[in-house]
Design a protein around this ligand. Structure first.
Ligand SMILES: *Cc1c(COP(=O)(O)O)cnc(C)c1O
Length: 323
């Protein structure tokens, strides 16, 4: 068996991120509510992708890559953070972004430009077309002696998911230091890697904790997360172990990247009570779902941990509707 510490990793995350008690929210709902500040991972504007990139870019380096490809929506946090991390490591980035959503040069697209990433828009609704474009450019670059390395959507591979096994090991250790045992951990599910890593890290470090992943897109996340967990277990040489799957709750609303008024209300509630900003595409939806769990009394147990996975760039690009 291996542990996450047996894998090559480039140190990108700025040490342990804070794990904070939320006193005003806790008082309001009569529970112990905590937040893991992975919006403070210390690269770009912070966010969960830095955790995955520690493992993925170590692999890219080991393979001698000099240019990294990845993809996402026009306002992809993952694409922006890939560009930021690759820049630090001296690798060029080509971002294949779906020409959908907010394509003006604001939010993450502005940051992509400041970071010097090459942005190629692909006018398509499916990622197969994007991956075909990537393959074409990879061939072209290889013929010229370059070494491209492609990271799929959200960095959600088994190797990337190990980033969240590491993050949860850190979070539960911080909980122990504070003398808190979490009954329930809530995270966002956008491409599945974070949810898979959170569920696996919880199984390994805090098996009595229930995990809920709030899906912000319509995809069969039950299967996607199960496959990623199986892959990550295989990497850890623990194939076949029965790590419990997270509960998946869908909170998509009108569609991926489109927040409803309840998202505005959730973003405002955390900002006003605790001075912490969520984003409109991911954490705002997950937090809206968490608030309804708390309001409807569906949250069993005493202590809840909410994973803040970042996304600040989206606040400056995606409009929050009036409540
Ligand atoms: C990508 C992202 C997520 C979702 O993580 P996945 O591993 O893709 O499921 C959640 N929050 C933010 C801010 C993100 O950028």
């Amino acid at each position: 068996m291996k542990t996450i510490h047996d894998f090559p990793r480039v140190p990108l995350c700025a040490g342990p991120t804070p794990l904070q008690f939320l006193p005003n929210l806790s008082r309001k709902y009569g529970k112990g509510i905590y937040i893991k500040r992975d919006d403070m991972t210390g690269v770009g504007l912070g966010g969960n992708k830095v955790r995955k990139l520690e493992f993925l870019l170590a692999d890219a380096k080991a393979k001698g890559a000099d240019v990294v490809f990845t993809t996402g929506g026009a306002q992809s946090n993952h694409a922006m953070l890939t560009a930021a991390c690759c820049g630090k490591l001296g690798m060029k980035t080509v971002l294949f972004l779906k020409e959908r959503g907010v394509t003006e040069e604001k939010g993450n697209l502005l940051l992509d430009r400041l970071l010097g990433a090459e942005v190629r828009f692909v006018d398509t609704d499916d990622y197969e077309t994007v991956y075909a474009e990537m393959d074409r450019l990879a061939e072209e670059l290889r013929a010229r002696g370059r070494v491209p390395y492609a990271i799929p959507l959200g960095g959600s591979t088994a190797l990337g998911a190990l980033g969240y096994v590491a993050a949860m090991e850190e979070a539960y250790r911080q909980g122990t230091e504070l003398g808190v045992r979490f009954d329930h951990t809530v995270c966002v599910c956008g491409s599945g890697g974070t949810a898979a890593g959170v569920a696996l890290g919880t199984y390994l470090c805090s098996p009595a904790t229930k995990v809920t992943a709030v899906a912000v897109d319509d995809a069969p996340f039950g299967e996607i997360v199960e496959d990623l967990m199986a892959g990550a277990l295989a990497l850890l040489e623990r194939s076949g172990e029965a790590a419990p799957l997270p509960e998946i709750r869908y909170h998509v609303g009108a569609g991926y990247g489109i927040p409803g008024p309840e998202v505005t209300a959730a973003v405002e509630e955390l900002a006003r009570l605790e001075g912490i900003f969520l984003d409109p595409v991911y954490t705002g939806k997950a937090f809206a779902e968490t608030l309804s769990l708390l309001r409807e009394g569906d949250f069993e147990g005493e202590n809840l941990l909410f994973l803040h996975s970042g996304g600040a760039g989206g606040l400056f690009a995606v409009d929050l509707p009036a409540k």
